[in-house]
Design a protein around this ligand. Structure first.
Ligand code: IPE
Ligand code: IPE
Ligand code: MG
Length: 225
């Protein structure tokens, strides 16, 4: 049985869910938050130590302004409303991405949320926000040059946003789309990938458990036989 320590998720399909239900794309984002809560609860139940959620990509700035603002407001409200519950559940929050490009108010809240949860350790939830994998890699290599250290695998790892976080064993992408969209390209080198047809708001605890069970029985070769 393969152990699961780190699950990464590309939470895709909110916009289509909203339209499908004769509502706005933004309504889909709001309902998608329920699935986030479900996945967090499941990770705690299953004793998974790391959960990484793709929340806003460095390419998502191409979206209409009203949708971008809605997404940031949604995250802000989530952090404000849920922070005490997260602390109680012993959850540590970590944000990965180019955070200094985000609205100042959100940056302040991010720092506060990280600070308030920094000593928790049942589950670490990494929120990828204004995250782009290619840029993360370029920055890592720039840091290596600046520090005048060897360009090798360990040093690249140690200069990524995900420093000290083990690579995900499992990646799930909902929304019936089979691509990585600039997410954790380096870290996913040996990850098992599950592409799910369901849109993110429809993704259920049953679906999550089915994937975890399937993952546990995969023969992971890592190049061996
Ligand atoms: C959520 O899904 C991902 C985010 C960028 C927040 P989408 O908003 O991409 O939904 P679809 O793919 O357009 O349906
Ligand atoms: C990836 O979804 C980003 C997030 C889930 C935050 P997108 O919907 O932005 O991906 P593309 O543009 O379809 O590849
Ligand atoms: Mg999408």
């Amino acid at each position: 049985m393969n152990p699961v320590n780190h699950v990464a998720i590309i939470m895709d399909g909110n916009g289509r869910w909203g339209i499908k239900h004769k509502q706005s794309r933004n309504a889909g984002h709001k309902v998608g938050l329920n699935t986030v809560q479900m996945v967090i609860n499941q990770c705690i139940n299953q004793k998974i130590k790391y959960l990484t959620l793709y929340t806003f990509s460095s390419e998502n700035w191409k979206r209409p302004k009203n949708e971008i603002i809605f997404l940031f407001n949604l995250l802000e409200n989530f952090l404000r409303k849920k922070i005490n519950k997260l602390i109680k559940s012993d959850i540590k929050l970590k944000f990965i991405g180019e955070l200094n490009k985000l609205p100042i108010k959100l940056q302040t809240l991010i720092r506060l949320s990280e600070k308030k949860t920094k000593n928790n350790n049942s589950l670490q939830v990494n929120i990828a926000l204004n995250y782009g994998s290619k840029n993360e890699l370029i920055n890592s290599i720039k840091m290596i040059k600046l520090k005048k250290i060897l360009l090798n695998e360990v040093n690249i790892d140690n200069n990524l946003y995900t420093k000290n976080i083990p690579n995900p064993e499992l990646l799930i992408r909902t929304g019936n789309t089979q691509r990585l969209s600039n997410f954790l390209l380096w870290q996913l080198a040996y990850t098992e990938i599950f592409f799910e047809k369901k849109l993110w708001p429809d993704f259920s605890d049953k679906d999550f458990k089915r994937i975890l069970n399937k993952f546990k029985n995969i023969k992971r070769n890592f190049g061996s036989i």
